[in-house]
Write a protein that binds this ligand. Structure first.
Ligand SMILES: [Fe+2]
Length: 429
């Protein structure tokens, strides 16, 4: 599922894409550490010792020690991050840029004074048989866009109430309060065992855990190799670390961004109950989750969240992204959160069974119409936190146009403050 890279034949140029970012994560994070004056002093005092504290490769460390910026870039470095090394050395950006060209500092400065490097002969490798070919070996043709073999087999919808996770973790699933709820998920656990996907793309929201008010992305996709269960204040849940799927995540991120959806790419993130409780509900308490999971976080904490229509369209774009992946993967898309609940203020405890069941009906039968529901309807009818339901439209939008098969439907009140809804839909055919 290699990313499409039509830019690979631009001479002397390495585009910092998801593949490069993954390779260079620790190298670039080391560079960022040099933003702190104390760290710059420690680095200058003993460069090798400072570098050895970072989980970088030996090649990356050597490239930094040699101040070989071309090598650093080949090993995943990004010039804006690498510039922190030059700044620590007291070098200007022009000195750093010039050092990568094979020219002397004076010759580079002189070239810039006289109008800079010409575009002629520098558009593509081997252009005009000119000097550009010397800038980079092994010209690479842009791979053609392929129709892939990955598919979305099913979608799952469920509330992700934190108290459900606590009930599981504390062994209280058989308590009279909880037993009816967990009974409703028994068919789902059996279905999950019999229909294990290769990857789950799990749509959820972060609850002031990974994202503070410093940064509140509307859509964020987790591209890391693993995601640790978050400590939300009560200590992390005793559940397995979530294995990611960096290659598919990068493929989906690139496809969605080029499809005009502005994603935040996340390379490090702990995942809270929004992601782990749905996994617990369908997978129980295994030593390891049954397949890799790509976290897909949606802001529903600070108004406005994305509209229902935007979520629906995003689901369609996820469908296109998966369809263009050339690996034979069976992908499930999960939408989580909801149903009706309000956790704040004098109206806390709000439940609206009629709204919830009508939502489930329409999600199955006419999701495009459901996607036009304005935010205020959710807020008024389903409670201020019931707005989480817009996330279900992402998973529903990822399904095929043909009516889905309803494998399981369940509704229960209450789980702590919340109405619990659950659906499993399979694509027919
Ligand atoms: Fe939530």
């Amino acid at each position: 599922m290699a990313l499409d890279k039509p830019y690979r034949d631009i001479p002397g140029t390495t585009i910092f894409d998801a593949d490069q970012a993954r390779v260079g994560y620790h190298l670039n994070q080391f560079c960022m550490s040099l933003m702190q004056p104390g760290n710059r002093e420690r680095f200058k005092a003993d460069e090798r010792a400072y570098l050895d504290a970072w989980p970088m490769t030996g090649e990356q460390k050597q490239a930094v020690l040699a101040r070989d910026l071309n090598r650093c870039i080949a090993l995943g470095g990004n010039i804006y991050f690498l510039a922190k090394i030059g700044a620590t050395d007291g070098r200007s950006f022009q000195q750093m840029a010039g050092s990568m060209t094979g020219m002397t500092e004076e010759a580079y400065r002189d070239m810039m004074i006289h109008g800079g490097r010409s575009i002629e002969g520098n558009r593509s490798i081997g252009e005009n048989g000119g000097s550009a070919s010397a800038l980079r070996a092994a010209p690479l043709a842009a791979p053609a866009r392929r129709q892939g073999t990955a598919r979305i087999g099913a979608s799952v919808y469920t509330s992700h109430v934190p108290a459900i996770g606590a009930a599981i973790d504390l062994g209280r699933t058989g308590d009279p309060y909880w037993q009816p709820l967990f009974e409703g998920y028994q068919p789902s656990k059996a279905w999950m065992k019999a229909n294990r996907p290769d990857v789950i793309l799990l749509v959820y929201n972060d609850h002031a855990t990974a994202f503070s008010l410093e940064l509140m992305p509307t859509f964020a996709i987790g591209c890391a190799a693993e995601f640790k269960p978050a400590d939300e204040g009560w200590g992390p849940r005793p559940v397995p670390v979530v294995a990611g799927h960096p290659e598919l995540a990068a493929h989906i991120a690139q496809s969605l961004i080029l499809d005009d959806f502005d994603l935040t790419v996340v390379n490090r993130m702990d995942v809270d109950h929004g992601l782990t409780v749905p996994l617990s509900l369908l997978c129980g308490q295994p030593a390891a989750w049954p397949c890799p999971v790509i976290p897909f976080a949606v802001n529903v904490v600070q108004y406005p969240p994305p509209s229902g229509r935007r979520c629906w369209q995003l689901g369609r774009a996820i469908r296109r992204a998966v369809a263009s992946c050339d690996q034979p993967l069976n992908v499930h898309v999960w939408g989580t959160g909801g149903m009706s609940h309000q956790l704040q203020g004098p109206r806390a405890g709000l439940i609206n069974r009629d709204f919830d069941n009508a939502f489930l009906d329409q999600l199955i039968a006419d999701p495009a119409a459901l996607a036009t529901k304005p935010h205020v309807d959710y807020l008024r009818e389903a409670g201020s936190e019931g707005i989480e339901l817009v996330m279900w439209l992402i998973a529903r939008g990822a399904m095929a146009d043909a009516p889905p098969r309803v494998v399981h439907r369940f509704y229960h009140v209450p789980a702590s403050n919340t109405a619990v809804g659950h659906l499993i839909l399979e694509n027919s055919g």
